[in-house]
Design a protein around this ligand. Sequence first.
Ligand SMILES: *Cc1c(COP(=O)(O)O)cnc(C)c1O
Length: 440
Amino acid sequence: MSFLLPENPAREDILAGKPALWLNPYLRDGGINDLALPVRPSQVKEAERNWQRLAPLLCRCFPELEPVGGAIQSQLIEAVALRNALGYGGPEFGRLFVKNDGDLPVAGSIKARGGVYEVFMYALALAEELGIYQEGGDILALAGEEARALFSQYTIAVGSTGNLGMSVGIAARALGFRAVVHMSSDAKQWKVDRLTRQGVEVVQHQADYTTAVEQARIAAEADDRIYFVDDERSELLFFGYSAAASELARQLDRAGVTVDRDRPLLVYLPCGIGGAPGGVAYGLKAIFGDAVHAFFVEPVQSPCALVHMMSGSQSLVSVYDVGLSNKTEADGMAVARMSAFVAEVMKPLLSGIFTVADDDLFRWLWQAQITQGIRLEPSATAGFAGPDFIVNSPQGRSWAERHGFSDKLAEATHVVWTTGGAFVPQEQFWTFMKRGSELA
Ligand SMILES: *Cc1c(COP(=O)(O)O)cnc(C)c1O
């Protein structure tokens, strides 16, 4: 242990590896436009336009996207039966929705929003550089013979605990690139197998995620035909994710939900390195401003965003620095050190971070499946702790009071962002279910 976290009501539980809610003292009210951040809201709009531009190419590469016009989108599901199973049946919990990114096409996780976007944007830039495509031209040229032959001479590399590798690997192979995925020791075997079958080269490291990323970066730097998707720094990933915000806004509108200062939107986002939840949260802040309250959620032993953002330190603080182990069944969140880029962007925007124990993840996985047929992997369920923390914990109550919500929580809308699951093999899924049912 080499770093002492500052005094805080949540500190003792965090250090003991117990579920806790930390409220971000650096949160700033007011418009996102006034903040001096390294990114701008106009970049969210730009990403939305880029996704539209890519749609015909995505349809061509992934026929399953044809019925939806090339849009990589997920359903917003009202948790009608599930809320009772979770203990959130009472009116004080407002309306509860699941944003089901576990069911996203192409990659079966939230990484479809970031990884696919970065790979396809890189392909566009490369095609322009190689003279086979110009802006305004026929984007389907990128799926043609000539493009494939050229792309096959380039490699796309990434470090991953599993799902980012799956998303980047699938997208890269669909365009004909070589793909190399550096997996951390947390990676599940079925994810490795699935990638290998798709022609992706998998390098398995006996080390954690930060090390896998470092190795991948070093290999890429030595060769200008290797493009490295950098989960610790990438703005393309971040803004690929951010486009999810307008999708949610449309779906909430269709569900008859009004969001304003008196009817707040609370969103719970599972966090690994921070890119996916950060991008989505940034997009939501750009749309809803102070009416949206974004919370990250992390495993009790891997709360890398929590310990770093709580530390107030300039240099990154890892979970090891405060004596935690980074051991969790939630492979999508098994990250010991967050992205410095995301930390900077989220500092004035994030409402708080809470942690969850592994057993709860399996219980929620089982409940989501039996009540509403929602198929999740353990990492994907972490956000279900959110409403309980907000409504029932002393920290949550003081948060509500501070914002003047104490008597208005029934007017709130809670969105639990579920982040992965569709691709979990049946056999593996039933072992998750068995563990969940035993705990329930
Ligand atoms: C990657 C992932 C996350 C977290 O995303 P980060 O960008 O690493 O913060 C959460 N859940 C699942 C299922 C994931 O695959």
